[in-house]
Design a protein around this ligand. Structure first.
Ligand code: URA
Length: 436
């Protein structure tokens, strides 16, 4: 049955409800090009303003999920568990986490994204390992997963074409921060991976896509509900993105920090989040007492070996994982100094993420090329005491004019005050089916 797209837009614009049949038709027609971008952007804005009810959301997610190929790993006996973050600054957790849990026996068929806007992307970070290819066809994706228990790739052309088109459209039309559109976008991608369990890291605060805690909680609850209705055991954590995660923001430098975690030498916040998420993922697979197993996988070197093995499987150069000093670094270095003595009471994730992006570590537009050697190393974070002249950050850059344009902006990320402050909790709340 065909529908009038104008009628559907007007229904949503006026606060009405779209039928499941209409949603299925609309997503199909948008995917095959018969509904143009300008009409879908009007629909996306009407959804952003008026929301969707549970039935509409279920139908929208289902239609997106079935717009392309859905993977089936039911022949793999081990539990297939994935993790997804809504995106942040310095958020490299997937890179140490996936090899770590794979070393403990679960399978992770991870489909990741690229950085867009001020947030980084796992694929860009991995591609700072020379030769590491993230574009795998479905057969290679399956082969790497079966052989190694993990795979870290981008969505293939045949998966979720509706989301690929719609996400790009939303980025260009101010319609990203809609809870139904974000949750259906993320969950359709994750449900296409044929999972048994899913951990969601919903970032909240300055550097998050959704900054407000109540809206972040609503997003987490919505996604946990979608997972449950598809039989995928889904747990979400609300975690703070007021300041960047870890000490490194960029790409190659974030790979180095991830390797530090797998060697037991990572910064406390990245290590703790990796361990809590790892334990939860093992729990989703029915493995209790996961913490000791994770610690053992780090101490024995098994987790680092998994990263080395998967690097080789993706065509990457394992020598940079064995010796991260070989990773690329941009040629120039600058230091931001503390202007006076005091306590760091603000280390703003958004400002730091925007600066890193504009220096070349991310993309302002979809076709920008990322410079993997550009990076910011944070030397002072929330609650730290600094003396005048102490370094707040070390910046590596390639293009002098970009650094000249960013110096003041990046310096403005820190506030140094007389009064000490206690940093906010990193893990704010856990959301599962019992709490929605
Ligand atoms: N990440 C996604 O995959 N989709 C969104 O809509 C927002 C963040």
């Amino acid at each position: 049955m065909t529908h009038s797209v104008i009628d559907l837009i007007e229904t949503k614009r006026d606060g009405g409800v779209l039928s499941s049949n209409a949603i299925e038709w609309l997503i199909g027609a948008y995917t095959d090009g018969s509904v143009p971008d300008y009409q879908m952007s009007a629909m996306a804005m009407a959804i952003l303003l008026n929301g969707m009810n549970n039935e509409e959301l279920a139908a929208w997610t289902e239609a997106m999920l079935h717009s392309g190929e859905v993977m089936d790993f039911s022949d793999i006996a081990a539990a297939k568990i994935d993790k997804h973050s809504t995106g942040g600054v310095g958020d490299k957790i997937s890179i140490p986490l996936v090899p770590l849990v794979a070393a403990c026996g679960i399978y992770v068929p991870m489909i990741s994204g690229r950085g867009l806007g001020h947030t980084g992307g796992t694929l860009d970070k991995l591609e700072s390992i020379p030769g590491f290819t993230t574009g795998l066809d479905p057969d290679s994706f399956r082969r790497v997963l079966v052989e190694h228990g993990l795979v870290l790739a981008g969505a293939s052309e045949t998966m979720i074409p509706a989301d690929r088109k719609l996400y790009a459209l939303r980025n260009a039309t101010g319609t990203v921060p809609s809870i139904p559109l974000i949750s259906s976008s993320i969950m359709s991608k994750k449900l296409a991976e044929g999972l048994d369990g899913l951990l969601l890291d919903v970032k909240t605060g300055s550097g998050a896509t959704i900054k407000d805690l109540d809206r972040s909680r609503a997003l987490a609850q919505t996604m946990v509900g979608i997972g449950a209705s598809h039989g995928v055991n889904t747990v979400a954590f609300l975690t703070s993105m007021e300041q960047p995660l870890g000490d490194e923001v960029g790409n190659a430098n974030e790979i180095k920090e991830s390797i530090d975690v797998l060697r037991g030498e990572g910064p406390d916040d990245v290590t703790e989040l990796t361990m809590v998420f790892g334990e939860t993922m093992l729990g989703l697979a029915g493995i209790d007492g996961g913490r000791e197993q994770l610690e053992e996988a780090i101490e024995s070197g098994a987790a680092l070996q998994k990263l080395i093995d998967v690097t080789v499987a993706h065509g990457g150069d394992p020598s940079v994982v064995e010796d991260p000093t070989l990773l690329v670094r941009a040629p120039h270095e600058a230091v931001i100094d503390a202007p006076h003595d005091g306590y760091v009471t603000r280390c703003d994730a958004l400002t730091i993420g925007v600066s890193a992006t504009r220096l070349g570590a991310g993309r302002e537009r979809k076709d920008d090329i990322v410079d993997p050697g550009v990076g910011i190393t944070l030397k002072a974070k929330l609650g730290d005491h600094v003396a005048k002249g102490d370094p707040l950050a070390i910046v590596r850059y390639g293009d002098q004019s970009k650094w000249d344009a960013q110096r003041d902006n990046l310096s403005s990320a820190w506030t140094i005050s007389d009064q000490p402050m206690v940093p906010p909790d990193l893990i704010i709340e856990k959301v599962d089916v019992t709490t929605i």
